[in-house]
Design a protein around this ligand. Structure first.
Ligand SMILES: Nc1nc(=O)c2c([nH]1)NC[C@@H]1CN(c3ccc(C(=O)N[C@@H](CCC(=O)O)C(=O)O)cc3)CN21
Ligand SMILES: CC(C)C(=O)C(=O)O
Ligand SMILES: [Mg+2]
Length: 275
């Protein structure tokens, strides 16, 4: 039985809301969603920010990486989520190769996410090299969230999902990237799988909120993939993941029970049929 209450803020969450939350020292909760039903549950529980992650490539489509995700699939998932949400800020990941080639293509992709899917903001991966693109999108009136550290769309460049920016030079670069993103106009930055001390330094150095995943407790907010935190994924167990449920076992038990009842003739009973 869920006893979780909506947080005190009844009104719609905006990008300004999350920036204010950082200023007030109020932590920001963010989770992913990819469909209408899940988005409705997460929004109803009171999460401030819902990310339609390109991790849909993994958890929805069964790919090993986020590379195959397309604009059309992201627009489909985002439109489903938007229909399920009343209050949360809905951010959509721009998928691999929808924003890297030219700023013009990036702006077209971001615009489609707003117009065709109803997203409230977009997220893209990268530091200084993507800042002129970020500026173009923000200038067009579309809020942008940055993403630094472990950037899964660059997995073939790095080769591993190991913790990033452990070396001083890479850490300094990441801090510069965060400042450059703020300068370019992002309203928030995801920090993925970097040392907690570096995440704190970045968080103290920018005025926009940092949202961590595997980046320690000093970030302004936290994000997890919903399937991971509900325990739907048996084969994904990084150190940063806290499982709040074991839905894989619970769902397996429910389905097993159903099979048993069908086979034994227990389901349906007389109350579950029509005369
Ligand atoms: N289900 C899911 N959850 C996520 O958090 C997620 C996705 N998919 N897909 C896109 C990216 C990829 N992410 C990842 C991927 C791997 C690790 C990771 O820690 N992997 C290994 C360690 C690998 C290594 O050390 O080389 C692990 O411990 O599971 C972390 C985040 C985060 N995102
Ligand atoms: C892990 C989060 C930050 C993400 O980018 C995704 O779900 O795609
Ligand atoms: Mg992503």
């Amino acid at each position: 039985m869920s006893t979780q209450k909506r947080s005190e803020r009844p009104e719609k969450i905006t990008t300004q809301t999350v920036v204010e939350m950082k200023r007030n020292g109020e932590k920001i909760s963010m989770l992913t969603a990819y469909d209408y039903t899940m988005a409705g549950i997460i929004d109803g529980a009171g999460v401030e920010v819902i990310l339609v992650g390109d991790s849909a490539s993994n958890v929805m489509a069964g790919h090993d990486t986020t590379i195959p995700m397309t604009m059309d699939h992201m627009i489909y998932h985002t439109s489903c989520v938007v229909r399920g949400v009343e209050r949360a800020l809905v951010i959509a990941d721009l998928p691999f190769m929808s924003y890297q080639v030219t700023a013009k293509e990036a702006l077209i992709s971001a615009g489609r996410m707003m117009k065709e899917a109803g997203a409230h903001a977009v997220k893209l991966e990268g530091g200084k090299s993507i800042c002129s693109t970020v500026q173009r999108i923000v200038d067009a009136g579309i809020p942008v969230m940055g993403h630094l550290g472990l950037t899964p769309q660059s997995i073939y460049k790095f080769g591993t999902y190991k913790v990033r920016a452990k070396e001083e030079q890479e850490a300094d670069q990441l801090l510069e990237d965060a400042k450059a993103l703020e300068e370019a106009g992002v309203f928030s930055i995801v920090l993925e799988k970097i040392p907690a001390d570096l995440a704190k330094k970045v968080t103290d150095s920018v005025s926009v909120p940092t949202i961590g995943i595997g980046a320690g407790r000093q970030c302004d907010g936290q994000v997890l993939v919903i399937h991971d935190m509900l325990g739907l994924n048996k084969d994904f167990s990084p150190r940063f993941l806290r499982r709040y449920e074991d839905l894989h076992s619970k769902m397996t038990d429910a389905v097993t029970h159903y099979i048993k009842d069908v086979k034994s003739g227990d389901f349906p009973n007389v109350d579950e049929q029509y005369s």
